[in-house]
Design a protein around this ligand. Sequence first.
Ligand SMILES: CC(C)(COP(=O)(O)OP(=O)(O)OC[C@H]1O[C@@H](n2cnc3c(N)ncnc32)[C@H](O)[C@@H]1OP(=O)(O)O)[C@@H](O)C(=O)NCCC(=O)NCCS
Length: 157
Amino acid sequence: MPGTKTAVLVRPANIHDVIYIYDLVDSYAHMGNLLPRPMSELYRHLRDFFVVVENNKVVGCGALEIFTETLGEVRSLVVVANKKGQGIGKKLVQHIIEEARIIGLKQIMALTYVPDFFHTLGFKTVKKDTLPEKVWGICVKCYKFNNCDEIAVVIDI
Ligand SMILES: CC(C)(COP(=O)(O)OP(=O)(O)OC[C@H]1O[C@@H](n2cnc3c(N)ncnc32)[C@H](O)[C@@H]1OP(=O)(O)O)[C@@H](O)C(=O)NCCC(=O)NCCS
C-alpha cells in the first residue's frame, strides 16, 4: 500500500548474507570510502557482523570488532545507496553499541570519512594517536598507513 512503512530489522549476519555484505562493502571500497574485505575475511569475521533487513533483503551491514578488554570498533558500515538518509545507519550503529554494552566493552571507535554521521550518535572526534591498539595492531598493516586521512571518532558506552 502506498505510504505504508515496511519493518526494518537488525539481526546478526548469517552465512547466506556474506555475498550481500561483500557487495555492499565492495561498492564503497572501490571509491576508497571503506577498506576492502575479501570474501575469505568476511567468512572469518562473520560473527562480528550485523545486517539490516527490509522485505527479506539486506539493505545495510556493519561489524563490531573487538580489540581489547575495553575497546571495540565499528567497521564495514554501509547502507545501500537507495536507502540512505532513512535512519537505517543510525539504527544499525545503535544496535552495535547495545551489543558492545552487553559484551562489556567500554568504548567504541570508528575511522571514517563521515564523522558528522557519528557525531549525531554521540561519538566525538579524537586524534588517532589516542587509539594505539587500533593504530599499531591493524592500521600498520593497512595500505593507507602512511597516508591515512580518515578521522577517528570515539564514544564511551
Ligand atoms: C554513513 C552511512 C552508513 C549513514 O547511513 P544512513 O542510513 O544514510 O544515515 P541515517 O539516515 O541513519 O542518518 C543518521 C543521522 O546522521 C546524519 N548523516 C547521515 N549521513 C551523513 C553524512 N554523510 N554526513 C553528515 N551527516 C550524516 C543524518 O542527517 C541523520 O541526522 P539526524 O539523526 O540528526 O536526523 C551511509 O551513508 C553509507 O553507507 N555511506 C557510505 C559508506 C560509509 O561511508 N560508511 C561509513 C564508514 S565508517
